[in-house]
Design a binder for this molecule. Structure first.
Ligand code: MN
Length: 150
């Protein structure tokens, strides 16, 4: 009987841990525009842009296979990956795999994209800095040919 109680307690504990890990930190927000993203992407503005901070902060969730179009940030961008596994790539360089806990620096004017891996969602916080110098210029989509299959 004691063994059975112990097993049940262990199962309950691991269920709780699994549940806690899958809890999102911030709200999912609104569906991202199909003009800027391929697949299903959710965008929630955490700090709107203004002329005091010249900075905007958003929570972005990419469902598996979803990614941004190619784009540049005139004044740069910082990404904090808070969940899942994804990809990022600068034009002319190899695709990099990114994981929860990674910090990605997108330098001003460098063409790039970011998104989820095919088998995993990916969530990052995006911080757009020095927005008085511009925020984002959207370019063409990342084609299925350019997007890694695994
Ligand atoms: Mn970017």
């Amino acid at each position: 009987m004691k063994k059975l109680i112990l097993i049940i307690a262990c199962l309950a504990g691991s269920f709780q841990n699994g549940f806690a890990q899958s809890q999102a930190i911030f709200p999912e927000g609104e569906r991202g525009s199909a003009q800027n993203f391929t697949g299903t992407v959710w965008v929630h503005v955490l700090v709107p842009n203004d002329s005091t901070f010249n900075c905007s902060v958003g929570n972005v969730t990419f469902e598996p296979g979803a990614r941004s179009f190619w784009h540049t940030h005139q004044a740069g961008q910082i990404l904090l990956v808070t969940d899942g596994t994804g990809y990022t790539q600068e034009k002319g360089k190899p695709v990099k795999t990114i994981h929860k806990g990674d910090v990605i620096i997108c330098k001003p004017g460098v063409e790039h994209w970011h998104g989820a891996a095919p088998g995993s969602a990916m969530t990052h916080i995006s911080i757009n800095t020095n927005t008085q110098n511009g925020v984002v210029t959207w370019l063409q989509s990342v084609t299925d040919q350019d997007y890694p299959k695994q």
